[in-house]
Design a protein around this ligand. Sequence first.
Ligand code: ADP
Ligand code: 5GP
Length: 195
Amino acid sequence: MPDPGSQSRPAQKRLTVLSGPSGVGKSTVVAHLRRVNPDVWLSVSVTTRKPRPGEEDGVQYHFVTDEEFDRLVAQGQLLEWAQFAGNRYGTLRRPVEERLRDGVPVLLEIDLQGARQVRESMPEALHVFLAPPSWEELVRRLTGRGTESEEVIQRRLDVARIELAAEKEFDTTLVNTSVRDVCDELLALITAPKV
Ligand code: ADP
Ligand code: 5GP
């Protein structure tokens, strides 16, 4: 017997936005999530930032020039974009829309300004804020990563104060004490039936 409700039920689809201050552990959590659940599709952003050691074009980001970024903006190819601590970052519109149309859960790891744009253009998205256990721990992580100069770290910490103050704009907060726990909690949110 076919399930009588199945015809009218929309395909499961959920757009989740993960945001939080630089150094809180967003990339670490997302990388772990991709390993344990490859069914969640992570959007690969474009950025004008230079790759860090170990970063590969097309994996963590599509690394582009300023001119290429200008062109993507002019052609309307970005779902959202923002300037962050001296570089530009944006989400490619088409792959996100295609995955959502196919019912695939989509995860965007973007900054506060981008999250606000997505809230406007796609109000059905779930917004998750990743918070540090404390300010001191955030400073420790950002400094300990060892990928940025003192000046860039300072700039990112200035932005972090603004981002932390915006926590209440989000639907829910996860505190990144343990990467594994946060990942489980995030996965539960991503795959939860939509209410
Ligand atoms: P973001 O992507 O938010 O800027 P990263 O994922 O690069 O942050 O993490 C910043 C640093 O913090 C990295 O050195 C990472 O290994 C470390 N880190 C991430 N999550 C945790 C955690 N739960 N406990 C301790 N260190 C963490
Ligand atoms: P990082 O340089 O540390 O990789 O990223 C810096 C900030 O840019 C982080 O807060 C990250 O979430 C954000 N970011 C990454 N990709 C995008 C994007 O496509 N759009 C926006 N708005 N922010 C992004």
